[in-house]
Design a protein around this ligand. Structure first.
Ligand code: SAM
Length: 327
């Protein structure tokens, strides 16, 4: 009788499928050799789960932690109300009543970092130009303590209604939602917002996992180029919608520089009223500075102030850059 792979502890595991060769080229060019084993390992195992306690629904963090028992989350140093659990607890947390009632929200720490970089304050006027499903919109509203005005734009109807439902569940009361192409917004409401977040639609390289080859089914170098073209249009619109003196954060969940520094470089060459700023960075995340050259092409030197969060056992790949508009 032949033992099935699962019944024999010594049986060799089937090899996991390889990431697409064109994406491996990007990793080869970007990731320093000493960090590469950690990055490679992140594609072969489920990640730790990070969540935040939502002050708009649950002002008492200790009560939420007590109600989560026997789950025992570890605080993420540097930020209040953000915790992490082992990957094996993901299902229990996802289906927990405190997730269902909006007391907590599962959200990657790099995704939260985009909102920490934006640093919205109560009473301001803030634009989230690519908002669904709304994780960052809800964190912006929490930073604003539901005071001021938050405009959230999403053009895809099904995603728009998911955004609406999520914001209701998470207790967001200061948001106005627009089912709209973000590329039109800068022309319609020019120089209006104190802060603008463009968490751009992208080729979603952060979702790649070798445990599920369908995670890259829709990815190709052509998709990267198409994403970059859309990102450029949205970034111009975001820059136009920003008030003089305001802050713009551009982020993607792609590692390809064509979607990150190259999009910003094109904008910075076109106009001299915006420049990159250092990022508020409360958490010790595994990250590299932004690139100042890519494939022999020099890029704006201040793009070194951007950050590329690396994919690891607890973080997803993420790119972010904070820009200031001349006052
Ligand atoms: N910020 C969201 C969050 O944290 O939950 C995630 C945003 S996701 C990366 C990008 C979003 O941009 C998608 O919901 C996508 O449908 C939307 N999008 C696509 N084309 C757009 C456009 N022309 N204008 C604005 N948003 C667009």
């Amino acid at each position: 009788m032949t033992a099935s792979p699962s019944s024999s502890p010594s049986a060799a595991q089937p090899a996991l499928p390889s990431l697409p060769p064109a994406f491996l080229d990007v990793l080869d060019a970007l990731i320093p050799p000493d960090l590469r084993p950690r990055v490679d390992a992140s594609y072969t195992a489920p990640k730790a789960v990070v969540f935040r306690i939502n002050p708009l629904r649950a002002p008492d963090t200790a009560a939420v932690l007590a109600a989560l028992a026997p789950l025992c989350p570890e605080p993420v140093a540097g930020v209040e109300g953000v915790f992490r659990l082992p990957a094996g607890d993901r299902d229990a947390l996802t289906h927990h009543p405190l997730a269902a009632d909006g007391s907590l929200y599962i959200q990657g720490v790099a995704s939260m970092a985009a909102v920490w970089a934006l640093a919205p304050r109560p009473g301001e006027e803030v634009l989230d130009l690519a908002a669904a499903p709304g994780g960052k919109t809800a964190l912006i509203a929490a930073c604003m303590a539901n005071q001021g005005r938050l405009a959230a734009v999403e053009p895809v109807r099904a995603r728009f209604f998911r955004l609406k439902a999520n914001l209701q569940r998470l207790g967001v009361r200061n948001a106005q939602l627009y089912l709209k192409d973000g590329a039109q917004v800068g022309r319609l409401v020019s120089a209006r917002f104190d802060r603008v977040l463009l968490d751009a639609p992208c080729s979603s390289e952060a979702q790649f996992t070798r445990l599920d080859p369908t995670s890259w089914t829709h990815w190709s170098p052509k998709k990267v180029r198409a994403s970059a073209a859309l990102q450029s249009r949205l970034l111009r619109s975001a820059a136009d919608a920003l008030k003089p003196g305001g802050v713009l954060v551009y982020s993607t969940c792609s590692l390809s520089p064509e979607e990150d520094e190259c999009v910003l470089d094109a904008l910075l060459r076109e106009r001299d009223d915006l420049w990159p700023e250092p990022l508020p960075w409360p958490v010790d995340l595994p990250a590299l500075p932004g690139l100042t050259a890519w494939r022999q092409r020099p890029l704006h030197p201040d793009l070194t102030l951007a950050r590329r969060v690396l994919p690891t056992e607890w973080t997803d790949a993420f790119f972010l850059c904070r820009l200031r508009k001349r006052g």
